[in-house]
Design a protein around this ligand. Structure first.
Ligand code: PMP
Length: 499
């Protein structure tokens, strides 16, 4: 059936209606329809409107008499304490920063205002150089040879989402590939199924066609690797593949090393046709940065061009600082273009763009257009952490502790569900980082789950939101809903099982 947009008759009618409305003094904005920007926000609203007390105020409450917020993926601590409370490295860096600011401010009282730009001035369009260097060293190692070989450049972005947006905008911008040949990667952009809903929103908003590639095997709790490979082999030239590096949001199942190696093999045979765009939103939180970022180094070793969107939101618990970077990695160093047609400009024929120039093209071509300049303060904090050895140590320990806590809570969840008679959730212990998709819980179960006090995005459990208080409650609610469903469908009487 044609939509009003492409049915000429309907669209004439709609235009006439809008015209009449405007003529009679209406506003163009009267026609805006609220579209949920991201369904996860509905979960937060439902939680807030639920009159039941939060479980933290009634720790022994039974299902149906308290509520639990299982909405966004955040790394709460053991007692449900929020973000910054469990990152001392960030808190201490903030104190150092505040002291520096205070001293500079005092100096200003004596007429020395030269401090002003260091705290309040614009950053360059490529962002904070020290912060970008930290991001590169986390993803590619401290002494990465890529930089010396002129193969990597990194700019600051507004969080990981900003990195995805700027990277995508860059890939199809004229700034990237010039007027003569036109952009190389105009899409579609492929993102995984059972993935992060905002990928689609971000790329579609930028005008890309977005397709899903098969990823999560719900039956075997693994990656549908063969199906994905056929997609990759047959995707049209110009396709971009978004690959989550670790802690896949939402399935929690990642590529194995052997699979990354196979993927790199395929990409290496389709240069200029398909490009990987890594989403490193949970880097470091699985097995530490060095392990988690291994695929990036492998792809670089294989001579593949790619982009990486790196978010610091989770690793630093600094969601509101909006810290991210976009790295562009060249498969090779700069090379002269052989057999270049005469109509190319001299600059294009030489085609030996230096990495610093490339960085400028990236920054001025896409980032400047979308956000102009990135925020300064969070970037300064990261630089403080990484140039202060004691804080750097603390950061490493804290990231490791968060990773460990997720692993422990996965085991605790699996064990508790088994105790309640649901050993089939054993797979949850094998997932990585913060999410788990619960088998047999469907969107239709939403109302009953909410009635019993569990406000969850579809069937997505946020592992670090579990703690000694929430875990038993959440498990009991899930068990109760599954029992009720099975009883209603005439399944085995699960009430006889241990509660
Ligand atoms: N990618 C994925 C898969 C994510 O889960 C998130 C955050 N939820 C992001 C990117 C974006 O991170 P940020 O909040 O830094 O924009």
């Amino acid at each position: 059936m044609p939509s009003p947009g492409n049915d000429p008759k309907r669209s004439d009618e709609v235009s006439a209606l809008i015209g009449a409305h405007l003529q009679s003094g209406g506003s163009s904005f009267d026609f805006l329809i609220r579209r949920t920007p991201d369904p996860i926000f509905d979960v937060i609203q439902d939680y807030e409107h639920d009159p039941k007390p939060d479980l933290s105020t009634r720790p022994d409450a039974a299902p149906g008499t308290a509520k639990v917020n299982m909405s966004t993926g955040v790394n709460l601590g053991e007692h449900g304490e929020p973000a910054l409370y469990n990152m001392q490295s960030v808190r201490k860096a903030m104190c150092i920063y505040a002291q520096r600011f205070e001293s500079a401010f005092q100096a200003a009282q004596d007429g020395n205002y030269s401090w002003l730009p260091d705290f309040l001035g614009y950053l360059p369009t490529s962002g904070h150089a020290g912060f970008c260097a930290v991001s590169e060293s986390l993803l590619f190692g401290k002494n990465s040879t890529l930089r010396d070989a002129g193969r990597i450049c990194t700019i600051q972005t507004v969080g990981g989402t900003g990195a995805l947006a700027v990277g995508a905008a860059f890939l199809r911008s004229r700034a990237a590939f010039g007027d003569v040949q036109g952009p190389l990667f105009t899409g579609p952009i492929y993102t995984s199924d059972y993935g992060w809903p905002n990928h689609r929103l971000t790329f579609e908003t930028l005008g890309f066609e977005v397709e899903e590639y098969p990823y999560y095997d719900t039956r075997n709790h693994s990656v549908r690797f063969d199906d994905l490979k056929s997609h990759l082999l047959t995707a049209p030239a110009g396709s971009v593949f978004v690959l989550q590096l670790s802690g896949h949001n939402s399935s929690s199942f990642d590529f194995t090393r052997a699979q990354w190696i196979e993927l790199a093999e395929i990409f290496s045979h389709r240069p200029g046709e398909v490009i990987p765009f890594f989403d490193a939103a949970y880097a470091g939180l699985k097995d530490g940065y060095a392990q988690d970022s291994w695929p990036l180094r492998h792809f670089a070793d294989r001579g593949i061009d790619f982009l990486v969107a790196h978010s610091f939101s989770k690793s630093l618990e600094s969601y509101g600082f909006r810290l991210g970077t976009l790295s562009l990695v060249r498969g090779t160093g700069s090379q002269p273009l052989t057999g270049a047609p005469a109509y190319l400009s001299e600059a294009q024929r030489v085609a030996t763009i230096a990495i610093d120039q490339l960085k400028t093209v990236l920054a001025d071509g896409a980032s400047r257009a979308l956000v102009s300049n990135c925020p300064r303060m969070g970037a300064e904090l990261v630089e403080i952490i990484f140039t202060t050895p004691a804080l750097r140590d603390l950061f490493d320990k804290e990231v490791a502790a968060k990773a460990e806590r997720c692993k422990q809570m996965r085991i605790a969840f699996t064990d508790y569900m088994a105790k309640l008679g649901f050993p089939e959730f054993d797979y949850v212990r094998h997932g990585s980082v913060m999410f788990a998709l619960l088998d047999d819980i469907t969107p239709d179960d939403g109302p009953r789950l909410r009635e019993l006090g569990l406000h969850m995005f579809r069937n997505r459990l946020v592992i670090p939101r579990l703690n000694d208080v929430t875990l038993p409650f959440v498990c009991k609610v899930i068990a109760q809903v599954l029992r009720e469903k099975r009883a209603a469908s005439g399944g085995p009487d699960l009430d006889s099982l241990p509660q």
